[in-house]
Write a protein that binds this ligand. Structure first.
Ligand code: PHE
Ligand code: NA
Length: 452
């Protein structure tokens, strides 16, 4: 008989879960990563494929991941072992949990570096550093930050300590409440920015860039990147949503909850795109400039708009918060596992994982300056970590989740956990999990390596 409550605690209400899962989903992925990857891959067609992946792969896999977490009620590794045992399946499925823990650790290491950029920009904005900035000045400001390993290290360290402090205190420690204010505030600020873009930016060009698909420009690799972005932005395929699901009460509706989280995440990403591209295009900057995209573009808007000093500072503060609520979900799977299997305290487990990720993060931030010449597959450490996790590890994790829930668990267990009242909705979801998601992931993988 599976446990009805996790030893790590439980969300106070279904809303608390929605807030925490939204906190995990909405982050740098929406505001930093989505625009830069979409920009590098030509916009329109990429965005359409991304949205299709969100709906046809992301949403159904999110439901599957929450379902698994709630059934196993433990860290992803032990959840997989427990559910596999209940279903009479191989212990090998525990490996899926391990892949997730590894992915979370790798993501956290570079995520913290990028969140450090956002922290640095809070202070640049607040001290009037954007005043009078033009496109060249903005690029120089960003370049100067990347060239300064000590500053990057300081911000990276501060962010990692912030993350560890929250995780060490446990599941219901206040951050879930912060999200209630944070996400709506972020949406309001993004809407203000979109308003500015409409008035001052090349709005029609921005719209065209984002939403007019040109499929002839879409490479097999761009499709892989769109799918990877869908996994990354929804926090799927590595157990973050699974471990959050393990703290969800038995009577909460999984489908409705997932729908809410996916909608909020997609809204934030699209608003970010609508805000950024018109400003970028009006300033004559290249959409394909890579990870610096928002850090070069947004200061231009804040330099010009009324009250730009305040809006700019507030924006980067909100971005740091959004990154913070995502980062805590990146280590929670590993921490829960160490507590379960080594009897470690949360404080010890958190410190250990955060320190290791911090060390790897140092490698990532050095790859932006002193180690810039060391590359593998033409990528520095940070770039490689980003590419490998989002485009390979997360979709692989999602593929295994779809296989497990769609093909290995009995339909009865799945149905009894999901408890969808509408029969056709279950049929649709089950079809997506059994066929559409795994086949799509497989085909995208094979095409990207040139096998089909
Ligand atoms: N979804 C987060 C974002 O968009 C990143 C993340 C990925 C968080 C995977 C947890 C797990 O920023
Ligand atoms: Na996201």
């Amino acid at each position: 008989m599976p446990a009805t409550v996790s030893i790590h605690g439980q969300w106070s209400t279904r809303l608390a879960f929605i807030l925490a899962a939204t906190g995990s989903a909405v982050g740098l992925g929406n505001i930093w990563r989505f625009p830069y990857i979409a920009g590098e891959n030509g916009g329109g067609a990429f965005v359409l494929v991304y949205l299709a992946c969100i709906l046809l792969i992301g949403l159904p896999i999110m439901m599957a991941e929450i379902l698994l977490g709630r059934r196993g009620r433990q860290s992803p590794i032990n959840t997989m072992l427990t559910v596999a045992r209940e279903e009479g399946l191989s212990r090998g499925w525990g490996l899926m949990g391990w892949i997730g823990v590894l992915a979370g650790f790798l993501i956290l290491s570079f995520y913290s570096v990028i969140a450090g950029w956002a922290l640095a920009y809070v202070f640049k904005a607040g001290s009037g550093g954007f005043t009078g900035l033009d496109a060249d000045g903005s690029s120089e400001l960003f370049g100067a930050m990347l060239a300064d390993p000590e500053a990057l290290l300081a911000w990276h360290t501060i962010f990692m300590v912030m993350t560890a402090m929250v995780v060490a205190r446990g599941v219901q420690s206040g951050l879930e409440r912060a999200v209630t204010i944070l996400v709506p505030a972020l949406v309001v600020l993004l809407i203000i920015l979109v308003g500015y873009s409409m008035a001052q930016g090349a709005f029609a060009d921005g719209l065209r860039f984002l939403f007019r698909p040109d499929f002839s420009a879409l490479s097999a690799n761009a499709v892989l990147l769109a799918m990877g972005q869908a996994f990354f932005t929804l926090s799927l395929g590595m157990g973050a949503i699974m471990v959050y699901g393990s703290y969800l009460s038995s009577d909460a509706a999984i489908a409705k909850t997932s729908g809410t989280v996916v909608a909020a995440d997609t809204l934030v990403a699209l608003l970010a795109g609508l805000a950024i591209f018109p400003i970028l295009l009006a300033a004559g900057l290249s959409p394909a400039q890579g990870p610096g995209l928002i850090f070069v573009t947004l200061p231009l808007a804040f330099a010009e708009m009324p009250l730009g000093l305040y809006f700019g500072t507030l924006f980067f503060i909100l971005l740091v918060f959004a990154a913070w609520t995502s980062a805590i979900s990146l280590i929670e799977p590993a921490v829960a596992f160490l507590v379960e299997n080594l009897g470690a305290t949360r404080v010890f487990a958190t410190t250990t994982v955060a320190m290791l990720a911090w060390l790897l993060g140092i490698g990532a931030l050095l790859s932006l300056n002193v180690w810039a010449e060391y590359t593998l597959f033409d990528r520095g450490i940070l770039d490689l970590l980003d590419y490998l996790t989002a485009n390979i590890l997360l979709p692989l994790g999602g593929f295994l989740i779809a296989l497990f829930v769609g093909w290995r668990m009995t339909e009865r267990s799945v149905q009894s956990e999901l408890r969808l009242k509408l029969g056709w909705l279950f049929t649709l979801w089950y079809f997506l999990v059994r066929y559409v998601a795994p086949i799509a992931i497989l085909v995208v993988f094979l095409r990207a390596v040139g096998l089909v």
